[in-house]
Design a binder for this molecule. Sequence first.
Ligand code: UD1
Ligand code: CA
Length: 455
Amino acid sequence: MTIKTLILAAGQGTRMRSSLPKVLHKIASRSLLEHVYDTSKQIKNNAVTVIYGHGGERVKESLAGLEINWVQQKEQLGTGHAVQQAESEINNDDIVLVLYGDVPLLKAATIEGLLEKVTDNSMALLTVELVDPTGYGRIVRNASKEVLKIVEQKDANESEKLITEGNTGILATKGAKLKKWLSQLDNSNAQQEFYLTDIIEMAVKEGVRVNTHQPESADEVLGVNNRKQLSYLERVYQTIQADKLMEAGVTLFDPARVDCRGEFSSIGQDISVDINVIFEGINKIGNNVIIGANSIINNSIIADNVQILANSIIDNACVGEGSRVGPFARLRPQAELAENVHIGNFVEIKKSTIAQGSKVNHLSYIGDATVGSGVNIGAGTITCNYDGVNKFRTVIEDGAFIGSDTQLIAPVTVKKNATIGAGSTIAKDVPEGGLTLSRTKQISLKNWKKPVKNK
Ligand code: UD1
Ligand code: CA
């Protein structure tokens, strides 16, 4: 048995007031459509078709390379019409699952529960009890609570409008039956659209039972029609992520002020996260890590016992065990710190490895460098790695001491245990040990007189 998932994503999304197709708006850095696609991929034996329309090429490009059949709906004539476009993808013994591209938080477990309710002679419909069902299709049941049909808001009479059980739009049914029903749809309704929801009444008339299933929470089936709903679902999503972190043993100073826009390939225990921290991409974080306020951790590896102090940015970098970074530090791509490294305020590290126990504590730029262990880099040190055309490497060997305000003009090597005097411009390799400095001699003019102000 194969499941054919149809993701309806052709709608324009006028109320977003955006040039971007609605399904490409993002929650936690992933488009609404990606959320739905990723969830659908958790279902076994499942082939995904996306029905697209508005902004078609952009929608396709956004999911390029994924296993998707793309079907175009040139004109948006309704949800039933959208499904009709995919008819050739459906085999008689498939189970067809209909999802919406703008309902991003639906859980795979809910879909599985729904699919279990499909049999040869019954279909499954996901419904939801709503405090305010305005805008939703209403589930009309008979006295013995069996589903009879769905009435759209615009076609509902006064008593139907009082029904609080809403149609989520998500359903599953056998392919053969669906194909037959699709051929019978018409658009004689208030919106002159081909409603997919009309198949429910057709099923009932044929004696096909409509089994309903409910999500754990109504938030799971909320759609995005405007930016307010988008931001609401972002918060719902973030609350779920914060709960997961706390369950894993992370202390969040305020779970409402942390954002996870990616995943953790692994996460340790006793991590503490101050407010306004953003996690992006795929991060790996060890045990006993402290992350200070306003920090951004993106696609990085942070080992055990690391302290990231406030206002630091760790971007595609590795921080070794016991290291301390920040406050106000920036690790750029390919910054790799070994164990017990200290990176202080206003220090930027790019494409550089820094070995065990080395310190760059203040106001420095270290780019394209290989720094040994036990090195001390004084305040204001700059690796001049770029001549305007090419980039060159700086090598600083173990135990070197670089005086403050040194410029290291790459390519250049500072040998083991060398000391460089403060304020030096180093353009040639520095030998092992000893003191190297390049500095004009200091002079004092005893007879010098202060200028006097012109009258
Ligand atoms: C639909 C349901 C309604 C349900 C509600 C839940 C119908 C007739 N109504 O109403 O019962 O309560 O969803 O949110 O099905 N789409 C297309 N092509 C089209 C029209 C829509 O791909 O021609 C897609 C949209 O992009 C969207 C989904 O289908 O992802 C739902 O469309 P929308 O217009 O939002 O349906 P509603 O009127 O809200
Ligand atoms: Ca809708």
